[in-house]
Design a protein around this ligand. Sequence first.
Ligand code: SAM
Length: 380
Amino acid sequence: MSTASQLRAALAARLIEDAPSVEPEWRSAVQTVPRELFTRSYFRPVAGTVPTGYRPVREGEPGWLEGVYSDETLITQLDGRIRPDDMTEGAVTGSPSSSSTLPSLVLRMWRRLGAETGHRVLEIGTGTGYSTALGAHRLGDADLTSVEYDPVVGGAAAAALKAAGFAPRLIIGDGLRGDPNGGRYDRLIATCAVRYIPLSWLHQVKPGGKILVTLSGWSYANALALLDVTGPGEATGRFLPGCTSFMIARPHDRPPRPTLVLSPGDERPSRIDPTKRDDWTGGWVAQLAAPSAERMGAGPEQILWDVSTGSQARTAPGPDGGWTVVQRGPVRLWDRVEQAIRLWQAAGEPRQEGFGITVSAAGQRVWLATEDGPGWDLPI
Ligand SMILES: C[S@@+](CC[C@H](N)C(=O)[O-])C[C@H]1O[C@@H](n2cnc3c(N)ncnc32)[C@H](O)[C@@H]1O
């Protein structure tokens, strides 16, 4: 049976093989930080279950250590309250609310942030503390502050970081408010997603500093952005290649919704193929166009529902080919989605690295191709 250090060395070797230019300091961090201290128990999805069932895997159980040293995200909390250690037997369903992000992504994000020795770094979303430990190994405890919303999660991370020999500054609170004591940071990295860039970040990161964060929304679409802070309250940046997704920051999560009742509305042919929304970038563009709508379904039969206005749109295959859409309510959700998808199609359906973001006192806008190109305002 392999030991933790053998499995850690094997995972680190795989990560380094996949990213041969990885700097010696980050190599050393992945070779050294014991992920098993941060993931003493986690949930494993039960294959074939709908909705997904999760079974706890605890320290010492068969497969536990192999799971710890897989390059996978390990879910450690569901619905903001259920932890693997709370369960006595069987499986449970729920929405993942905390996890240890897959190590290759954590490494990629830390490297992309361009954090150097001497930089002051603010991390949002401590989670298990694994990514915090990698950062503390690279940058030193004194320059790293990490904020976690959930006190139980944050308490467990603090204990794990201590056990692993790290002592960065840890805060329990809403990281969307930044560092409650104020502060001037060179870099900000978020391992939870946001619907828009919180203003406090734009004032706590110095001009010339960088913010790395996933932009997400209520239709479950995601894109990772790297922003340069250009002045107090101002930033601009581009979206990065790859399919990166994170759980949304708790204060930015979608509101609870009542049971869906499909109501009659105005029917017409759809000008776009609804399955365009199943594409990673297509779904994201649609979310930019209708940011307050939640998406349900996939393929040609989709529902968009904006709980705040009661607006709905639902698509279906048309009787003679093509597709139809039924819309009701004050916001014509499908009109907006169609317009955005057609713009994106006319531009050749670029991936999200073809988009950028500008943030200023005037608002927050995601644009296609160039800053003065077509764009969408974020729901601040
Ligand atoms: C994907 S996990 C973080 C993974 C973590 N960095 C790791 O490597 O273990 C996202 C975390 O963000 C936390 N979170 C959500 N909203 C937050 C907020 N507003 N402020 C700080 N943390 C938040 C969640 O509670 C969760 O623990």
